[in-house]
Design a protein around this ligand. Structure first.
Ligand code: SAH
Length: 414
């Protein structure tokens, strides 16, 4: 299968961008970019129409008979994910297994001596294995596939995975369901068994010496937000000597327990999901911290902030890590408004001399855009400075051209 790209899409592929959107295919459908691209006498291009998800496609463009190889996705907005740019012999399971081995081998030394048993083994595009994410939770690994192109490959890849991961102490492999099932069965199991002993529904992992309960069966992402590992360690360091800490959108309490262990007097965790607090409390206990000495509030964060302000409550360390407000480019303006409202409300309960850690996990919101939602006018104060801007950890690598992969912003204001 050959797929002919528009000039714009071809330039992106040359830069190393791993995605070809459907309208990046010359003559493949409707869309302004494509018009005028078709040469005289060229037959109506199929745009991959005959291909099935998982098929290998060869990419070409005007003046470039071979740009690289990718896998076709018949359903998602991304029609092709690009795996090879140079003239490699073939795109087959051996080539994929080699890429995976490289991703795993890189990490072999990274966590040595750090008392960390949960990390990302493969970050898809960022590890040059587009659409394949593998997270390790101690002896279990959870695979997530973005889009449908690797589904037909999974059976063939599994023996390679089992061998490579088994050599590193992983015994069970599970597959995270692609999307929450239609009809909103949000509480349903999202994990399918692929290999080895059955995966536990819940387990404790360790992260920089801290125990964390992970809900593999029902948790968010593949179970936990591993991308905040380094930032949790930062919060732990920032918490020393703080009297009152507020962790908004606390989920399983990762930042909360970090703050408590770091020496904070009282930590208030706010999340709209009460099940998340139950997890957080077990994590507190596992680390020898009495949850009764802290607060777990099931509430909407905006409501909570309004009431806290009305009560005159003040905090000297606040962490705000909301879910993605901008899942798409279209949602951007509304998302920026939501971040602004959130930060305005947060600033009102932040003590003078306090520290604010504000996070965003939306790739559609750039760091500069996000910082603008923390400016003096929004916060209605002029005593804060940006102490640091952090992102995702090294087990979540990206590519220079793949800006979408750099989604995490973690801004420390003091
Ligand atoms: N900080 C967490 C990850 C946060 S995920 C960590 O490091 O692990 C986002 C969380 O926000 C989810 O647990 C979700 O239940 C919660 N949430 C979503 N909307 C909310 C709202 N309006 N108010 C409070 N919590 C909310």
């Amino acid at each position: 299968m050959r797929v002919h790209l528009t000039a714009t899409a071809a330039a992106a592929v040359r830069r190393g961008h791993p995605w070809v959107y459907r309208d990046g295919i010359a003559g493949g459908g409707e869309g302004a970019e494509r018009r005028g691209e078709r040469r005289r006498g060229e037959r109506a291009p199929r745009g991959g129409g005959a291909a099935a998800s998982g098929d290998v496609v060869e990419l070409s463009a005007e003046g470039a008979p071979f740009l690289g190889r990718g896998l076709w996705d018949a359903e998602s907005a991304i029609a092709v994910r690009v795996f090879q740019r140079a003239q490699a012999p073939a795109l087959d399971e051996r080539a994929l297994a080699e890429r995976l081995e490289r991703a795993f081998a890189l990490r072999d030394g990274w966590f040595e001596g750090r008392d960390t048993t949960a990390y990302r083994l493969c970050n898809g595009e960022g590890d040059r294995v587009p659409s394949l994410v593998i997270d390790r939770y101690d002896r279990a690994a959870v695979v997530r596939l973005d889009g449908g192109m690797l589904e037909p490959w999974l059976d063939r890849l599994l023996p390679h995975l089992a061998r490579a991961l088994g050599a590193r102490g992983v015994r069970s492999i599970g597959l995270r369901a692609r999307a929450p099932s239609a009809g909103g069965d949000a509480e349903g199991k999202k994990l399918a068994h692929l290999h080895g002993p059955p995966l536990p529904d819940r387990l404790f992992v360790r992260e920089n010496g801290v125990a964390m309960e992970v809900d593999l069966a029902r948790g968010q992402k593949t179970g936990a937000f591993l991308d905040q590992r380094d930032n949790r360690a930062r919060v732990r360091a920032l918490a020393a000597g703080r009297r009152r800490v507020l962790n908004l959108f606390s989920y399983a309490g990762g930042f909360s327990v970090a703050a408590a262990l770091g020496g904070a007097g009282r930590v208030t965790s706010v999340d709209s999901a009460s099940a998340a607090h139950a997890t957080a409390q077990r994590t507190f206990r596992e680390n020898g911290v009495d949850p009764a000495a802290h607060d777990f509030v099931t509430a909407d964060a905006f409501d909570f902030l309004e009431k806290a302000h009305a009560r005159g409550d003040r905090y000297d360390l606040i962490i705000s890590d909301p879910p993605s407000f901008a899942p798409s480019e279209r949602a951007r303006p509304r998302a920026l408004g939501a971040y602004r409202r959130l930060h305005t409300a947060v600033a009102r309960v932040l003590d003078r001399g306090g520290v604010l850690c504000a996070a965003s996990c939306s790739s559609h919101i750039t760091a500069e855009d996000f910082l603008a939602t923390l400016d003096d006018a929004t916060l209605a104060r002029d005593d804060l400075r940006i102490r640091a801007i952090h992102g995702q950890p090294e087990d979540h690598p990206t590519l220079p051209a793949w800006w979408e992969g750099r989604y995490l912003k973690f801004v420390v204001l003091e």
